[in-house]
Design a binder for this molecule. Structure first.
Ligand code: KMH
Ligand code: ZN
Length: 273
């Protein structure tokens, strides 16, 4: 089995300091959380940004400052800015971080319910995002919240509308209104992947730890972080993203899987140094 790539989704757009005071908003807090995750064993940091009061934003200049500050603190880490942003944002707003030429960025693979909101990723939006990533030579991480999202993006890749082989998928399971975080759902999705693909699983809320264990055992990769889950265990909030990553490292050790360094993760994901 390949070594395990751990991603930390340190901030997200929905979770707030009211949920967990360690959720980062400011540049300094973002750096603190990225470093805590990297030092604990994460090779990849998935980045959303906020204004200092916690409001989610896709502002290019805010992304520039945050990404540069994280790079200065953890130069080896692979940074994956979000093009999902928050529900209700326009495609143009969401695309701003791709102007900074990151090596990777997320590409969300279909419209879905998202709690009480709708996360809109219709075909014109996805085509525009695919075109931008092809033009700017950005490797997408394909975010699938629903079973049909995978078929959608695979058929777009066949038509050359989004970057193709080797593709990296993140199966985000357990969002309210989307596919639940079950081993059945994960196994089905993994069974449909083209040979040579890499994949990560993200379990949302109480799905976080079962999905982490499943991802480790099934030879995939694992994402944790405040974006997805704020608890180390029931009733016990994590004090940092690093604590969440450390639990994945511990699970991997118990299950006999080695954890990838950022350099090793770059190789596994087919990224150029
Ligand atoms: N905040 C969610 C609505 C992504 O980063 O690409 C979308 C999201 C996906 O977080
Ligand atoms: Zn995200």
């Amino acid at each position: 089995m390949e070594k395990l790539i751990i991603t930390a989704a340190i901030c997200g757009a929905e979770v707030t300091k009211e949920h967990n005071p360690a959720v980062p908003y400011t540049v300094e807090e973002m750096v603190r959380e990225a470093k805590s995750a990297y030092d604990a064993g994460a090779a990849v940091i998935h980045v959303h940004v906020r204004t200092d009061d916690g409001t989610p934003t896709q502002d290019r200049e805010r992304f520039r400052v945050v990404l540069d500050a994280i790079k200065a603190a953890v130069p080896e880490a692979i940074l994956i800015p979000s093009t999902g942003g928050a529900t209700g944002m326009t495609p143009e707003e969401r695309l701003q971080p791709t102007e900074l030429m990151p090596e990777m960025a997320t590409l969300d693979c279909g419209t879905c319910n998202f709690g009480d909101d709708i996360f809109v990723n219709d075909m014109p939006t996805m085509r525009a995002f695919g075109k931008r990533m092809l033009e700017n030579n950005i490797k997408p991480e394909y975010e699938c919240f629903e079973i049909g999202h995978l078929d959608t993006v695979l058929s777009m890749a066949e038509k050359g509308l989004v970057p193709g082989h080797p593709m990296q998928f993140n199966f985000v399971l357990g969002v309210s209104g989307c596919a639940p975080a079950t081993v059945d759902n994960l196994s089905f999705l993994v069974s449909k992947l083209p040979a040579g693909s890499t994949w990560t699983v993200t379990g949302v809320g109480r799905g976080a730890w079962p999905m982490a264990a499943a991802g480790i055992m099934m030879g995939g990769n694992v994402r944790v972080g405040f974006e997805d889950n704020i608890y180390l265990e029931r009733g016990h909030k994590a004090k940092s993203n690093g604590e969440l990553v450390a639990k994945v490292v511990e699970l991997a050790k118990l299950l006999g899987r080695e954890v990838a360094s950022a350099d090793e993760a770059r190789q596994i994901l087919g990224l150029k140094k």
